[in-house]
Write a protein that binds this ligand. Structure first.
Ligand SMILES: NC(=O)c1ccc[n+]([C@@H]2O[C@H](COP(=O)([O-])OP(=O)(O)OC[C@H]3O[C@@H](n4cnc5c(N)ncnc54)[C@H](OP(=O)(O)O)[C@@H]3O)[C@@H](O)[C@H]2O)c1
Length: 151
């Protein structure tokens, strides 16, 4: 991947599902730190240890399953809060992701939802509401351990 970067065929190279110990191992031999680490990140699991480490090392936290693969839609606290902001639950959670400086990567097969998921820049979540969402740990599943899960 470093050779591809050097050749100019890619402008950025990155990794996925790496935890701190994996990145530390990679740093021993890599000449270039990954620009991105794509991880399972949503209100149900913020993976504080690796996201902090990524940020300290200039690695962008790209959030996969930012909607908990659909599981976050059933959470009453998020439904109530989204109503208060006049936004959908998807927009609320994606805005939360952006305000944490994550890069959310939502998936939808519906054009109108793809458009909805990009309309995130006309509102801002208060500090208090960010903390409320941060407190939802575990409500819609947790990241799996990359050392043991079969991806
Ligand atoms: N690196 C990795 O190991 C890894 C692992 C898992 C996933 N990913 C990537 O991460 C991306 C997203 O993850 P994901 O698919 O697990 O989950 P996600 O984006 O958290 O959730 C997708 C689900 O939410 C629904 N949805 C999306 N927008 C919606 C909206 N505005 N309103 C209502 N429902 C909405 C989708 O349904 P519809 O499609 O029917 O709209 C789908 O069921 C994918 O591109 C995937 O490739 C990477």
């Amino acid at each position: 991947m470093e050779e591809i970067l050097k050749s100019g065929k890619a402008r950025a190279i990155g990794v996925s599902n790496m935890r701190v110990k994996h990145l530390q191992e990679l740093f021993k031999t890599a000449n270039t730190k990954p620009m991105v680490n794509q991880s399972f990140l949503n209100p149900s699991d913020m993976q504080e240890e690796v996201t902090k480490f990524d940020t300290e090392n200039g690695i962008l936290n790209e959030a996969y399953s930012p909607l908990g693969t659909g599981k976050i839609f059933g959470i009453p606290e998020l439904q109530k809060m989204a109503k208060r902001y006049g936004k959908s639950v998807a927009q609320l959670v994606l805005r939360w992701s952006l305000q944490h400086d994550f890069l959310p990567l939502p998936k939808s097969v519906h054009a109108e939802r793809i458009q909805e998921n990009a309309q995130l820049f006309d509102f801002e979540l208060s500090h208090h509401d960010m903390e409320l969402i941060d407190g939802l740990h575990g409500v819609a599943g947790l990241a799996q351990d990359p050392d043991t899960v079969g991806f």
